[in-house]
Design a protein around this ligand. Structure first.
Ligand code: AMP
Length: 319
C-alpha cells in the first residue's frame, strides 16, 4: 500500500496524536506542525491532537502550540516533522508514545520511525505535508493552506533554492487555487522587520570576513546583539540574505549564545557540500544549508578552517 495511505490509516486508528518538530524551529517547522495538527483536528474532530515544543513569539501568527501535562497521555501516536532524528525533536521528554511517524526533507541514512516519508530533495516539510494531505482523505481549509504556503515560501527562500521543483509549484498552485489564497498580504507576517534588525543586517554585511577560497564568515558577540537590540536567533533569519555574492561560495554566522554557553553556527553554500563538515561539529542539515554547535572558540576556528578547505577543493574541482 502507498505510504501516505498507511500513514493516514495510523492517524485514523489513534485517539491521541502528538505532532512535534525540531528544536529552534524555523517557519517551515512551525507551519508544518500547526498545519498537520489542524488538518487532523479538522478531519477527526473527536481526536486529541497536540502540537508540542517551545513557543516562539515571532511565529505566533501560524497559530498557538499546546501546553499539556504528559502524565495524562498514554500510547500516543507521535508524528515528527522537519527533523531527521529523535534527539533533535523538541518537547517530547516524558511522553509515552507507541508508534512514530516521520515526514521530513533532511538527508538521513537510518530509519528512525515506524512509517516515514523522507524526501531529501523536497523544498520543505510543508511541501511534504501538503502532498500527504492532498493524496489522502485528510481535510484542509484556508488557514491550513496559508500556513503550508508560507512554510514552502520560507524554506525555499521564495523559490530561489535548488530544491524548488515543478512539484513545488504544482503544490503551491493547488493550495492557492483550491483555497483561494490571497497570498500577498501573508508576506507581511514572514518578512516585516523592525528597523534595528535592518541596521543589524548592515552590521553583518560590513563585518563579513572573506577568505581567498570564497568562505565568508562573521563572529557575532553578545555585546553586538545587545548594541543592536536583537536576540541570538536573529542571525539565523538573515543567513539566506547573503546568497549570490559573487566572491562567496559558502558563508557562516557564528553567534555566541550566552545562556547555553555555546556557539550557534549557521552555514550556507552555493556549491561546496557543507553538511558533511557540519556533522563533525555537532551539527548537520542539508547539502547547502546546515547548522552546527561548538563549545569553544578553537572548535569554531577548526570548523572555519575545514570549511575553507571544502571551498578550496570545490574551486579547484571547477578549474
Ligand atoms: P539553520 O542554519 O539553523 O537554519 O539550520 C539549517 C539546517 O541545518 C536546518 O535544516 C537544520 O535543521 C539543520 N541544523 C541546524 N543545526 C543543526 C544541528 N546542531 N544538528 C543537526 N542539524 C542542524
Amino acid at each position: 500500500m502507498d505510504i501516505g495511505k498507511l500513514i493516514y490509516k495510523k492517524i485514523k486508528k489513534y485517539d491521541t496524536i502528538v505532532v512535534a518538530r525540531h528544536v529552534g524551529p524555523d517557519p517551515d517547522a512551525i507551519a508544518s506542525q500547526i498545519a498537520l495538527r489542524d488538518a487532523i483536528r479538522f478531519t477527526f474532530p473527536q481526536k486529541k491532537v497536540l502540537a508540542v515544543g517551545a513557543s516562539v513569539t515571532k511565529f505566533k501568527y501560524f497559530g498557538t502550540l499546546d501546553k499539556e501535562n504528559y502524565e495524562n497521555i498514554e500510547n500516543a501516536l507521535l508524528i515528527i516533522l522537519d527533523v531527521p532524528t529523535l534527539d533533535r525533536v523538541d518537547g517530547i521528554e516524558g511522553l509515552s508514545y507507541k508508534e512514530v511517524i516521520k515526514l521530513d526533507h533532511h538527508p538521513c541514512d537510518e530509519k528512525v520511525a515506524d512509517l516515514e516519508i523522507v524526501e531529501d530533495k523536497a523544498s520543505s516539510a510543508c511541501q511534504i505535508v501538503a502532498e500527504f494531505i492532498f493524496k489522502t482523505p485528510m481535510k484542509m481549509n484556508e488557514a491550513i493552506a496559508s500556513n503550508l504556503f508560507l512554510g514552502i515560501v520560507s524554506d525555499s527562500d521564495r523559490f530561489l533554492l535548488s530544491y524548488t521543483t515543478a512539484k513545488t509549484f504544482q503544490i503551491v498552485s493547488k493550495l492557492i487555487n483550491d483555497y483561494q489564497l490571497d497570498f500577498a498580504p501573508l508576506y507581511n507576517n514572514l518578512y516585516e522587520r523592525p528597523i534595528n534588525e535592518i541596521r543589524f543586517h548592515g552590521y553583518l554585511a560590513e563585518h563579513l570576513n572573506l577568505t581567498e577560497n570564497g568562505l565568508a564568515y562573521v563572529k557575532i558577540t553578545p555585546e553586538i546583539l545587545k548594541e543592536y537590540g536583537v536576540d541570538n536567533g536573529t542571525p539565523s533569519n538573515m543567513i539566506n540574505d547573503f546568497n549570490y555574492i559573487k566572491e562567496v561560495l559558502a558563508w557562516i554566522f557564528v553567534t555566541y549564545d550566552e545562556s547555553h554557553e555555546i556557539f550557534k553556527v549557521n552555514i550556507r553554500s552555493r556549491g561546496p557540500i557543507i553538511n558533511e563538515t557540519a556533522e563533525k561539529y555537532n551539527g548537520g542539515g542539508h547539502k547547502f544549508a546546515s547548522g552546527a554547535r561548538c563549545k569553544t572558540e578553537s572548535e569554531i576556528n577548526n570548523l572555519l578552517k575545514d570549511l575553507d578547505k571544502v571551498c578550496k577543493n570545490y574551486k579547484e574541482s571547477l578549474e
